[in-house]
Ligand binder design. Structure first.
Ligand code: ADP
Length: 497
C-alpha cells in the first residue's frame, strides 16, 4: 500500500514543482530569445526608419537655416554635422561646402561615389528630395543612408547632400547588448524565483494532503487534512476530512457488526450446546424434561435460522437479487392482518394495540413483502416500547392517490443524531445496547430494501424518550374489477395462505 503513495525524493518529472519550474524557465527563455532576436533582426530596419526620419528633419532645419540665416550657416552646419555624426555637403552653382561629422563611418573615401549616385537619382526624379541606402559588405558600421534635396527656393540650383551612418555606433550597441544581458538575467532570476515560490505554494498543500492520506490509509482516523492555500485544495481537504469521518464511522460500524453478529450467533449456539449436554447428562431419561429442553433447542435453532435468513435477505436486497410478486391488494386489509397477528401475541404481555384504518385502499406491490415491512415496524414498536405499551397502527389516505401506513409507539424513541442511521444494516442505537434488547439491526435495512423496490416513500419521526412513528407511503390505485386477477382475503384463506 505504502508503495504507491510514497513521496519520491528523486527529481520527479511529472511533479507540479518540476512542471511549474520548467514552464517558467521555458517562458523566460522564450522572452529572452524574443528580445535578442528583436535586437538582431529588427533593430537595423527599425533604426533605418528612425534614421531616415531624423535625416529628413535635419535636412529641413538645414534648408531653413540656409535660406533664412545664410551668415550663420557655416557654424550651424558644423554643429549639426558634429552633433548628428553626419556628412553634410552643399553644392551651389559655383562652389561646394563640406561639413564632416562622420566619425562613425570609416569608409569616407567612397563618399564621392555616393554623392554621384544620389545626384543622378535626384536629377532623374520629379521629387524635391530623394534617399538611398548603401549597405557595406565589409562591415555594418559602414552602411549608410544617403540623402539629396534641392534647396534655396525655386530659382536656386543648390543641392544638399547628407550622408548618415545607418548603424548605431558601437558604443550604443554595446550598451544595448549589456542592458539586454542584464534584462535576460533579471527575467531568468525572477522566473526561477516565481517558479519556486509558486510550485511550493501549489505542491506543499498537496504533499501535506498525501501525507495525511498515507496516515489515514494506516487506519489513523485522527489525522486532519489541511489544504491551506488555494480554494481547490481547501475543497479537497474538506472532502477528504468528510471521507475520513465516514470511513471512521464505517469502520466503527463494521466492528460493531462483527461483534453483534458473532454475539447473536454465539448466544443460540451456546444455548443449543448447553441444553444438548443437559439432555445427555440429566434430563435424557425424563421424557417431560427432555421434551422441554428439546423445545428450547428447536426455538434457538429457529432464532439462528431467522438471523441467517435476515442476513441473506439484506444481501439479496442490496444486490437487487429479489423477485417481487406484484399484485393489486388492499393495504388496509393487509395492515389488519398484521394487527390481528400482534393482538394475539401481545395481549398476554399487556400491550394495548389500536388499529385506525381508512376505507379500503388498493396498492400495487408484493403483498407478503409489504406485510413483512409492517410486521417489522410493529415488532420493533413492541420491542422498543419500554413501559408505555400503547401502540397505534394507522392507515391513512394522504394527498391525492396516496396511502400511508403508520406504526406509532410511545416508547424509548431514537436520539436525533442516530435517527438517520436506523435504516443502515446492523445499526442499533446506543440506548438499545445499554438496555440489552435483542436484535440484529437488520430488520429496518430489509424494510428499506423492500420499500425502495416498491419506490415507496418511508421515514421515521421520533423523539428520544417520547416514542417513534415509523411510516411508509404508497401510490393508491383504483379498486380492481372483480374479473381482474387480485388476491382477496377469501381467496387467500381458501388457497391456504
Ligand atoms: P433490530 O431491531 O433487530 O435491532 P432494526 O433494523 O429493526 O434492528 O432496527 C434498528 C435499530 O433502530 C434498532 O436496534 C433500534 O435501536 C432502532 N429502532 C427501531 N425501531 C424502533 C422503535 N420503534 N423505537 C425505538 N428505536 C427503534
Amino acid at each position: 500500500m505504502a508503495e504507491y503513495i510514497r513521496i519520491d525524493k528523486k527529481v520527479d518529472t511529472g511533479s507540479i514543482k518540476t512542471a511549474t519550474l520548467v514552464s517558467f524557465v521555458v517562458f523566460a527563455l522564450v522572452l529572452i530569445a524574443f528580445l535578442w532576436s528583436l535586437m538582431y533582426f529588427f533593430m537595423n530596419t527599425y533604426y533605418e526608419t528612425l534614421r531616415t526620419q531624423e535625416v529628413i528633419r535635419t535636412a529641413n532645419s538645414i534648408e531653413t537655416q540656409y535660406n533664412q540665416h545664410a551668415d550663420e550657416f557655416d557654424r550651424f552646419a558644423v554643429q549639426t554635422a558634429g552633433a548628428n555624426g553626419i556628412y553634410i555637403r552643399i553644392d551651389s552653382e559655383t562652389e561646394s561646402h563640406v561639413y564632416d561629422g562622420t566619425s562613425a563611418i570609416h569608409e569616407t573615401g567612397t563618399f564621392g561615389r555616393d554623392i554621384q549616385m544620389i545626384a543622378d537619382k535626384l536629377r532623374n526624379s520629379p521629387l524635391e528630395s530623394v534617399t538611398a541606402t548603401r549597405m557595406s559588405s565589409t562591415s555594418d558600421e559602414n552602411s549608410r543612408l544617403i540623402y539629396a534635396a534641392h534647396i534655396g527656393g525655386t530659382s536656386s540650383t543648390s543641392t544638399l547632400y547628407i550622408i548618415a551612418p545607418l548603424y548605431p555606433d558601437p558604443v550604443t550597441i554595446r550598451i544595448v547588448k549589456n542592458m539586454l544581458m542584464y534584462i535576460s538575467l533579471i527575467v531568468l532570476t525572477v522566473a526561477l524565483m516565481l517558479a519556486f515560490a509558486l510550485s511550493g505554494r501549489l505542491a506543499n498543500p498537496i504533499e501535506n494532503l498525501t501525507k495525511s492520506a498515507t496516515e489515514l490509509s494506516k487506519g489513523n482516523y485522527n489525522v486532519k487534512f489541511d489544504g491551506a492555500g488555494f480554494t481547490e485544495t481547501k475543497e479537497l481537504a474538506r472532502a477528504l476530512n468528510k471521507a475520513s469521518y465516514e470511513m471512521e464511522k464505517t469502520d466503527f460500524y463494521q466492528r460493531e457488526i462483527i461483534a453483534n453478529v458473532s454475539h447473536d450467533l454465539k448466544t443460540p449456539l451456546t444455548m443449543i450446546r448447553s441444553y444438548a449436554e443437559k439432555i445427555i447428562d440429566i434430563s435424557g431419561d425424563n421424557p417431560e424434561k427432555r421434551n422441554s429442553d428439546l423445545h428450547i433447542i428447536i426455538s434457538e435453532t429457529e432464532r439462528l435460522n431467522r438471523l441467517v435468513t435476515d442476513m441473506m435477505s439484506v444481501s439479496n436486497l442490496q444486490s437487487n437479487n429479489v423477485e417481487l410478486h406484484k399484485e393489486t391488494f388492499d393495504l388496509v386489509e393487509a395492515a389488519e392482518d398484521v394487527y390481528e397477528s400482534f393482538k394475539v401475541l401481545s395481549s398476554s404481555e399487556g400491550f394495548e394495540m389500536h388499529f385506525h384504518p381508512c376505507k379500503s385502499t388498493y396498492v400495487v406491490g408484493d403483498r407478503s413483502r409489504i406485510m413483512q415491512v409492517m410486521t417489522n415496524f410493529v415488532s420493533n414498536a413492541v420491542k422498543y416500547s419500554g413501559d408505555n405499551k400503547f401502540i397505534d397502527i394507522q392507515v391513512v389516505r394522504t394527498g391525492t392517490k396516496k396511502v400511508a401506513f403508520h406504526c406509532i409507539d410511545h416508547g424509548m424513541g431514537i436520539p436525533s443524531d442516530e435517527i438517520g442511521h436506523v435504516w443502515d444494516k446492523y445499526y442499533r442505537t446506543s440506548a438499545n445496547h445499554e438496555r440489552g434488547i435483542e436484535g440484529t439491526g437488520l430488520g429496518l435495512a430489509i424494510v428499506k430494501g423492500i420499500l425502495n423496490l416498491h419506490s415507496a416513500k418511508y421515514g421515521v419521526n421520533s423523539e428520544e424518550g417520547k416514542g417513534s412513528d415509523f411510516w411508509f407511503e404508497m401510490d393508491s390505485v383504483k379498486k380492481p374489477s372483480p374479473r381482474s386477477k387480485t388476491n382477496t382475503k377469501e381467496e387467500r384463506s381458501s388457497s391456504g395462505e
